[in-house]
Design a protein around this ligand. Structure first.
Ligand code: FEO
Ligand code: CA
Ligand code: CA
Ligand code: CA
Length: 666
């Protein structure tokens, strides 16, 4: 006889109320403990972090970075090998996306001059900032019911903006990647703006380079006359067009190995190997790191394309079938991609490290998504010679396979993909292989410019100030045809719309209430220990008059559980209607607020121990909007979390456990 069907899953916690308090709040019966903070030492002999901006810059390659983001727990056995089920020991690997400079130095960044003449004058400050970006890999252990990281573990590692990395895939060793540092285009230094993450079935970590473009210094008046029209079209499409975020290129004198000058894309020497005119081509990739081999060289996988990589979520893993990763490009009106390996998965490759990546991630097909108004969609292949991606394409004349992966945004334009409302994280439901994608918000979507997949444009004032476009975001989901991740068609619907619960029914389309209303979904991940349980994190600036950012637990249904709906968008005198496919409203039983963070933070990055009884969550940039003028007056800091008192705020990882030792969330 068939086994009786299991009882339906239920969320097992009471909703946390919206809050503006400078604390982390979790439901009754749960405890959140701070595990790993900005500046915490990860090697023996490194002093505790003073958190006053005076710690020695040369120690920061052995301290926690800033702006903790995407994160994976890799269980580790007694032989120091990957053991996904391990519940008490593991490597916790996380991204450090960016920095809050104000709190890193004695009084914020030292800058002289303004506009394009602004320069950084204290090299040690910039060195600190190099080290504070990138990735941490730290050993964590449970003793009794308490988790801690092991400061002197030989597996601890920081990967940062100075770490050497190699390239593989179609762009490796091509002219586009040649620099003074790597005259054959085989390597570069560093990774940057590492936002969300991903994993491989062989036990390595993927870190994704998102807003790297703004770090490069490209002052048009100096370099445009020397650049080709194609080079300028590439810079423009990727947003390499500024004085350079954090002004790293402005430090003088430069070092012999161009630690600062490499952020300057100007043409200086006679050829590409005399300067860093190609420097920005060496960023924008998915990077593979082996947490079990702390001296291994990370590898940038160019077959997965170059864009504002948010994350790379692994699809269903089936022996004898291709592997797939789903990837968002988080910028307004950018695209959703997937990469499908040529090689079929062989479980003998578990533990294969970076060499296994060479097998599965350098050779495959890259696709971009087109969402159609009938609730279906197409995956359009991005390859020279197909889908208008040719030397004759008017928007960008593609030369070769390397040109396509380096300028994949142009290729996706040529193919006619669907422009989305800032595609952030993807998450794959282990129960059915369906893929969820957060579309965090889009202030640039006109009321008449909607489409079925990005159907809203309205005005939702905050404190009397207009917020237009799609200020609260939504979550779309799709199922590749036949449950086959290599399929080139899919069906989709909108799972959830963010909104204030007090908004009109035309805006609050998922009928959210006080226990589950949210805005700007960003981080998102399905529990592996509790298949079907989805975690949703927010990075919001639109509902922050009412609540700090949050984490919600959800039990979603499946694509097609709702109905077609006509949405009425109203903004001032303009009204427009848009037909779309809307999933079933979740109700409190299907969506509940689990955590609210401290003031002015983003909740991002999430992982669990092998048994699902510890949940790791990152609190990013508390208090980041504190005014520079207030650095000498701690009473004016917007947050003091996690230390409290008059301390400077710090990004940090918290670990959440249930007081009865049970599964988190259920
Ligand atoms: Fe770094 Fe798209 O969030
Ligand atoms: Ca994000
Ligand atoms: Ca975001
Ligand atoms: Ca962020």
């Amino acid at each position: 006889a068939p086994a009786p069907s299991p009882a339906p899953m239920k969320l097992g916690f009471n909703a946390v109320a919206k809050s503006l308090a400078d604390v982390v709040t979790v439901p009754a019966g749960y405890t959140a403990s701070v595990l790993y903070r900005l500046g915490d030492p990860i090697a023996s002999g490194v002093a505790a972090y003073k958190n006053d901006g005076t710690d020695d810059a040369t120690t920061y390659d052995r301290r926690a970075g800033d702006h903790h983001d995407g994160m994976t727990f890799f269980g580790m056995n007694a032989s120091n090998k990957w053991d996904a089920a391990n519940a008490s020991r593991g490597m916790l690997v996380m991204n450090h996306e960016a920095i809050t400079p104000l709190f890193l130095h004695p009084a914020g960044q030292t800058i002289t001059g303004t506009g394009n003449a602004a320069v950084r004058t204290v090299a040690d400050e910039v060195l600190r900032e190099f080290y504070l970006h990138g990735v941490s890999a730290i050993e964590v252990n449970k003793s009794g019911s308490t988790w801690s990281y092991k400061q002197d573990s030989t597996f601890n590692r920081r990967v940062h903006t100075l770490t050497e990395m190699t390239f593989s895939g179609p762009a490796a060793k091509t002219d586009y990647l040649k620099t003074k540092y790597s005259t054959d285009g085989s390597k570069t230094r560093g990774t940057l703006n590492n936002c969300a993450n991903g994993t491989t079935p062989w036990g390595t970590y993927l870190t994704c380079e998102e807003n790297w473009a703004g770090y490069f210094r490209r002052i048009k008046a100096n370099d445009d006359p020397q650049r080709t029209a194609k080079e300028i079209a590439s810079f423009t499409r990727y947003g390499v067009a500024s004085a350079g975020r954090e002004l790293w290129a402005t430090v003088t004198p430069d070092t012999a190995d161009n630690l600062y000058g490499r952020w300057n894309t100007e043409v200086i020497g006679a050829t590409a190997v005399d300067d860093y005119r190609n420097g920005s081509n060496t960023y924008g990739w998915v990077v593979e790191i082996d947490p079990f081999a702390p001296t291994s060289t990370p590898k940038k996988r160019t077959a997965l394309g170059r864009f504002g990589h948010e994350g790379a979520c692994l699809g269903p893993v089936v022996v004898g079938k291709p592997l797939v990763w789903y990837m968002g490009d988080d910028s307004q009106n950018e695209y959703l991609y997937k990469f499908v390996s040529t090689k079929n998965w062989d479980a003998a490759d578990v533990g294969g490290g970076i060499a296994a990546g060479d097998k599965y991630m350098d050779d495959g097909k890259l696709y971009v998504a087109k969402f159609k108004a009938d609730g279906t969609g197409d995956w359009l292949e991005l390859k020279l010679g197909v889908n208008n991606i040719t030397s004759g394409y008017a928007g960008y004349a593609f030369a070769d396979a390397a040109d396509v992966v380096i300028n994949v945004r142009h290729a996706a334009d040529a193919a006619g993909a669907t422009k989305m409302d800032r595609p952030e994280w993807t998450a794959v439901n282990p129960k059915n292989g369906e893929v969820y994608l957060t579309l965090t918000n889009n202030s640039a979507r006109p009321v008449t410019g909607t489409d079925a997949a990005n159907p809203r444009s309205y005005n939702d004032p905050k404190n009397g100030v207009d917020q237009k476009g799609n200020p609260n975001g939504h979550i779309i989901r799709f199922a590749d045809a036949g449950g086959d991740p290599a399929a080139v068609t899919f069906k989709w619907d909108v799972y959830l719309f963010g909104a204030r619960s007090t908004a009109s029914a035309d805006v609050n389309l998922s009928a959210l209430g006080a226990d589950n209303d949210f805005s700007s979904p960003d981080g998102m991940w399905f529990s592996q220990a509790a298949p079907g349980l989805l975690w949703i994190e927010t990075d919001d600036g639109k509902y922050t008059d009412v609540t700090n950012c949050m984490l919600l637990g959800a039990l979603p249904g499946k694509v097609g559980d709702g109905a077609a709906k006509t949405i009425t968008n109203v903004d001032g005198g303009t009204t427009a209607t848009q037909a779309t496919f809307v999933g079933k409203a979740p109700g409190t039983d299907g969506l509940r607020r689990f955590l609210v963070g401290p003031v002015d933070c983003e909740i991002t990055g999430i992982a669990e121990s092998g048994d699902g009884r510890a949940l790791f969550v990152n609190i990013q940039h508390p208090g980041e909007n504190t005014a520079k003028a207030n650095i000498s007056d701690p009473t004016k800091f917007l947050s003091h979390w996690p230390q409290g008192g008059t301390a400077r705020p710090r990004s940090a990882t918290v670990v959440i456990t249930k007081d009865d030792g049970g599964l988190i969330g259920l």
